[in-house]
Ligand binder design. Structure first.
Ligand code: ZN
Ligand code: ZN
Length: 246
């Protein structure tokens, strides 16, 4: 597969990441990644940037080193109602600027609960039209109904992420991803492969995730960042969805 986008990357704004957005973009440019999501952690996460970071993202040019940089966030899902740390009093400002929204369950901001609770949290998070991707959902502590969430993503045109960092963690993660991907194939849910890079050399490197997809013969036409036309098609759809606000 020829990947052209990596829509889950961190910068020094999350201080446990170590590269600047310019370093990230320069590396992306050299490695065939034309679209880059700059998605630092939402404010509820320890080590996340302040709200100022997100409010000021507008000063970053659309293109850096020839790479289209999407101003994004990895927001934390905080409860079973699907609320995130894009708090209501900041939502208008954030959404005036943000072009890409990843959402994740993290143990720091959501105490692992029941399968039903995690399922509910994901399903409710999808009610926000700005949400693009459910990230690294294979974590065993956050078990959920893969089938129901994959179907909801298919129905609402959202994406499920295969996260290279997590695939690298080992067999358990791979097995869970295989089960998630089975549901995605069944419901024709689009997926996206991302690095979750916390250092620039990891950007666009999807070897293990690609191997996993090949192993199960996952249909390439459902991988939105393996084809530029498909990726831009998604961007068009998400723009329409957000403007309709549904
Ligand atoms: Zn994360
Ligand atoms: Zn991340």
């Amino acid at each position: 597969m020829q990947f052209i986008a990596d829509m889950h990357t961190h910068t020094v704004a999350s201080t446990h990441a170590y590269s600047t957005v310019t370093e990230n973009a320069a590396w992306a440019a050299e490695h065939g990644i034309k679209y880059l999501g700059m998605t630092d952690h939402g404010v509820a996460m320890q080590d996340a940037p302040d709200t100022w970071h997100f409010e000021n993202l507008k000063i970053i040019p659309e293109h850096l080193c020839g790479v289209r940089v999407f101003k994004g966030i990895e927001a934390n899902i905080l409860d079973t109602d699907g609320n995130t740390d894009i708090y209501p009093d900041k939502a208008e400002v954030y959404y005036g600027i943000l072009e890409w929204v990843n959402v994740s369950l993290h143990q720091q901001t959501f105490t692992p609960s029941t399968r039903a609770d995690h399922t509910k949290a994901y399903l409710n998070a999808l009610k926000d039209p700005h949400v693009d991707v459910i990230c690294h959902s294979e974590g065993p502590k956050f078990d959920y109904d893969f089938d129901e969430v994959a179907r909801a993503c298919a129905d609402s045109g959202r994406l499920i992420e295969v996260n290279e960092c997590r695939v690298e963690r080992g067999e358990l993660q791979c097995e869970r991803y295989k089960r998630i991907l089975e549901c995605c194939e069944k419901h024709r849910t689009n997926i996206i492969v991302n690095s979750d890079a916390h250092f620039y050399t990891h950007i666009g490197a999807f070897e293990k995730a690609e191997k996993l997809l090949a192993e199960i013969g996952f249909p390439e036409e459902l991988v939105i960042n393996a084809n530029e036309e498909r990726f831009l098609g998604y961007i068009k759809t998400r723009t329409e969805r957000v403007s309709r606000n549904v």
